[in-house]
Design a protein around this ligand. Structure first.
Ligand SMILES: [Mg+2]
Length: 217
């Protein structure tokens, strides 16, 4: 595997006088689906709907980490996605597939990430999120206290962070850099959890997010 110079950017925490927090081990990796594993510009039934490097990288990561998919879907359920990933030959790599259609919460809502972490029997501090969307995937997972890998490539989505909250632990531009990115994230401390679930707004937020279909698969 080759990682070209300048293609991978690591955002390190600023130097501080306080001792650097220790990096927790990484035991699980959660992947977004659309424009992370699957090319949204092609769709499921094209000759090769998976992005280049996905098969090889998943094969490399599978023996080392528990892997899951967490997707904001319009109507597709866990079982629909599972059938398709099996058909493409990568379903066996995932211990869990979590969709917003099944759980009723969409990334970046904390309960979407909670559902995926629970399905993997993992914790935010020992899990890395890999995704292409700065708001839903990076900011959402970072607020949970997860280390993040931003897969920065899709012309369909914003490429650069608009705030510190959207700044990923590691940024890559090709999927085959994911194993190296996870390796780098392992050396970084997990961000502090900032996500707050406001009890009084749970019902209203759920309804609004279900109506939003822009990130649908
Ligand atoms: Mg996506």
């Amino acid at each position: 595997m080759t990682v070209r110079a300048g293609k991978t950017t690591t955002h390190r925490a600023p130097r501080a006088s306080a001792p650097r927090p220790e990096a927790l081990p990484v035991e699980a990796v959660i992947f977004d689906l659309g424009d992370t594993l699957l090319d949204e510009g092609k769709g499921w039934f094209s000759d090769e709907p998976l992005l280049p490097g996905v098969r090889r990288a998943l094969g490399e990561l599978d023996p080392q980490y528990r892997l899951a998919v967490l997707s904001n879907t319009r109507a597709a359920t866990r079982s629909d996605i599972s059938v398709e990933l099996d058909r493409l030959g990568i379903g066996r790599h995932f211990r869990a597939i979590v969709t917003s259609t099944d759980i009723g919460w969409r990334k970046p809502h904390p309960l979407a990430f909670e559902a995926a972490l629970a399905a993997l029997q993992s914790t935010a501090g020992t899990c890395v999120m890999v995704g292409n969307e700065l708001d839903a995937d990076v900011a959402g997972a970072k607020a949970m206290g997860m280390r993040t890998v931003h897969f920065r490539w899709s012309p369909r989505y914003r490429l650069d962070p608009s705030s510190e909250e959207e700044r990923a632990t590691v940024t890559i531009e090709e999927f085959d850099e994911v194993p190296v990115a996870i390796e780098r994230a392992r050396g970084e401390p997990s961000p502090p959890r900032t996500a707050v679930i406001r009890e009084e707004s749970l019902f209203r937020e759920g309804l609004e997010e279900k109506e939003e279909e822009k990130h649908a698969v």
